[in-house]
Design a protein around this ligand. Structure first.
Ligand SMILES: [Zn+2]
Length: 132
């Protein structure tokens, strides 16, 4: 993967930019160039769309063994979230304790620091989800 593409994808993930198929109307995230249902019929019809960022928790797991880098915030919750557009993605749930998390709970995307590369001083940002 070359750098310009890498940065474009970071932009898309940061802004929750997905794709909508102009043929069947389905949404996808991350962005894709071809709809897996429509194949050739979707070529040139995939529109970039900004997803609303609201959805519900489909399933979740409480992670107790955190990577040393994240040791200050364990245990934490990783969840599969279905956005209102029908797209599913995996993300950490923040701003609530693991005991409060429920399947079906409404959540909303929020942008947080994901990790810091101490050596290089680079900070990575991305989306996490919090109760709506
Ligand atoms: Zn399609």
């Amino acid at each position: 993967m070359n750098m310009p593409r890498f940065w474009r994808e970071i932009q898309g993930r940061y802004n929750l930019i997905g794709s909508r198929c102009g043929n069947c109307g389905d949404y996808f995230f991350p962005k894709r160039d071809i709809c897996p249902k429509c194949h050739r019929k979707s070529i040139g019809k995939m529109d970039a769309v900004k997803l609303g960022g609201s959805g519900k928790i489909v399933s979740y797991t409480v992670v107790h063994d955190a990577h040393p880098e994240y040791s200050d915030m364990k245990p934490y919750v990783m969840a599969i979230i279905e956005l209102d557009e029908g797209v599913r993605l995996t993300s950490q749930i923040v701003d609530c304790s693991p005991e409060e998390v429920r399947t079906g709970m409404r959540v909303r995307a929020t942008f947080r620091k994901l990790a810091e590369d101490g050596k290089e001083g680079v900070i990575f940002y991305g989306y996490k989800f919090r109760p709506e």
